[in-house]
Design a protein around this ligand. Structure first.
Ligand SMILES: Cc1ncc(COP(=O)(O)O)c(C=O)c1O
Length: 441
């Protein structure tokens, strides 16, 4: 029994974090500029709210506490934070100016590189955030098909056309909300239903090609055929899978080539750049469709993207990410068995993006138990949300340290669950989700 003795971690010193947060919240509504970085995504009162810097797989909060980071700025830092090679590329590019007055040759240089690595890419347009390019792709699909409705599956960003279909739809006109329809992953009938009910009206099928589950029963090819038969443009939203599942995204991994695809997050190791790519005949519509903004060709980000792609190739970064994810998943499964907590937790997802889940007695996801786990791991130096982002700078050392922390935390969780009063063990607030289900009116 010695092995499974409950060990409590000391509370973190987060006074400076709290002080700076009170200052921030006075001048920035909501405090965090991205919901996913907000205190309600961690155990508020226990976890830090403010970070000061990061290097490789580690970050430090403003109080000086060190963490192994599995948030990676919500995905972008695919090589690890403050990568020397990418930083050099950024600082070299600064000599040319940041935003040029006419087109710069680097735009075509990066576009050519992307056309080499992404199977569907014959032409490229740049954006800044994932939402820019999913929205650009949707607008082009509407222009191409002369239809208005969109079928979607997954998360696609903050713009009206998508967020109006979620519970975070404040400010989105009802008329816009009604144009976006949802289908379920691995449920081809749910897409068929949309095409039946909105015959001849659906401009695009946009989807995350994978999320946490493998496509089953040739799902991606079936979606592709169904979109084609119904005259809709197929758009893969590879904002997460891009450069993480493989350099060419899930479309390369599964060899299912969409009409258009969107990449973002991990394209430039943290610099803001995203792309919509695809078949020339559709991409040419961007000549007329308004997708035009000041910072699209900003050079520091484009240089960072070239450098990130080259570094991922040179360092075999994607294999490293998969190997570390597999080590984490295998280790977690072993812990679950060793501690006999299979009724409380499991890890799902692909090695490039594993996610831990905590379940209540009825087998439903439990934010309370997850919060207790997160309390225990953040106090022991692991910063993550349930979906864990791994960079190519994570090594066996970080993964093994993480698993050792997970073991101590799972022992606490197991004991807490036995008492039937998990909240009693929690010293901060229960985590709440960013997107709630839409509310029926
Ligand atoms: C699959 C997917 N698409 C689109 C987006 C939107 O990207 P951004 O937040 O950069 O606008 C995200 C962001 O999390 C995403 O995960």
């Amino acid at each position: 029994m010695g092995k499974t003795k409950v060990k409590f971690a000391d509370p973190l010193k987060i006074e400076k974090s709290e002080q700076l947060w009170s200052k921030t919240i006075k001048v920035i509504p909501g405090g965090a500029l991205t919901f996913s970085k907000a205190p309600f995504q961690h155990v508020d009162g226990v976890a830090p709210k403010m970070l000061s810097h990061g290097k490789g797989p580690k970050v430090w909060d403003v109080d000086g506490n060190e963490y192994i980071d599995y948030m990676l700025g919500l995905g972008p830092a695919i090589l690890g934070h403050a990568d020397d090679e990418v930083n050099r590329a950024i600082s070299d590019s600064l000599e040319h100016g940041i935003s040029t007055s006419l087109v710069h040759p680097l735009e075509a240089e990066l576009a050519e590189l992307l056309c080499e690595i992404i199977p569907c890419a014959e032409m490229v347009r740049f954006g800044k955030n994932g939402s820019d390019v999913t929205s650009g792709a949707v607008r082009v699909a509407r222009a191409w098909t002369k239809r208005d409705k969109i079928a979607c599956c997954g998360y696609h960003g903050w713009q009206d056309w998508y967020i109006g279909s979620t519970g975070r739809n404040l400010g989105v006109p009802k008329a816009v909300q009604d144009l976006t329809l949802k289908f379920e992953y691995n449920n081809i009938e749910s897409l068929q239903r949309l095409f039946d009910e909105h015959d001849g009206e659906i401009a695009a099928v946009i989807m995350e090609p994978v999320n946490f589950f493998e496509p089953k029963d040739d799902f991606l090819n079936k979606v592709k055929s169904m979109a084609k038969e119904n005259g809709a443009v197929l758009i893969f939203d590879e904002v997460i899978t891009g450069f993480r599942m493989s350099l060419g995204g899930a479309q390369e991994y599964y060899n299912v080539i969409p009409d258009l695809a969107c990449f973002g997050k991990a394209m430039a190791n943290g610099m803001p750049v995203s792309i919509v790519v695809g078949k020339s005949e559709i991409m040419q519509m961007f000549d007329e469709v308004f997708f035009s903004f000041t910072f699209a060709g900003e050079l520091a980000s484009l240089s960072a993207s070239v450098s990130t792609i080259n570094a991922l190739k040179k360092r075999d970064g994607i294999s490293q990410i998969w190997a570390m994810g597999e080590r984490l998943q295998k280790g977690y499964a072993q812990l679950v068995e060793e501690l006999d907590v299979g009724h409380i937790t499991k890890m799902i997802g692909f090695p490039f993006w594993p996610e831990y889940l905590f379940l209540d007695k009825a087998g439903s996801p439990s934010m309370e138990i997850q919060s207790l786990f997160q309390q225990e791991i953040v106090r022991r130096g692991i910063l993550t949300r349930a979906g864990m982002m791994i960079s190519s700078s994570h090594t066996n050392i970080e993964i093994d340290k993480t698993l050792a922390v997970f073991k101590d935390a799972l022992i606490v969780v197991k004991e807490a669950v036995k008492t039937d009063n998990v909240l009693n063990w929690l010293e901060g607030e229960v985590i709440t989700p960013v997107i709630r289900p839409p509310v029926e009116e």
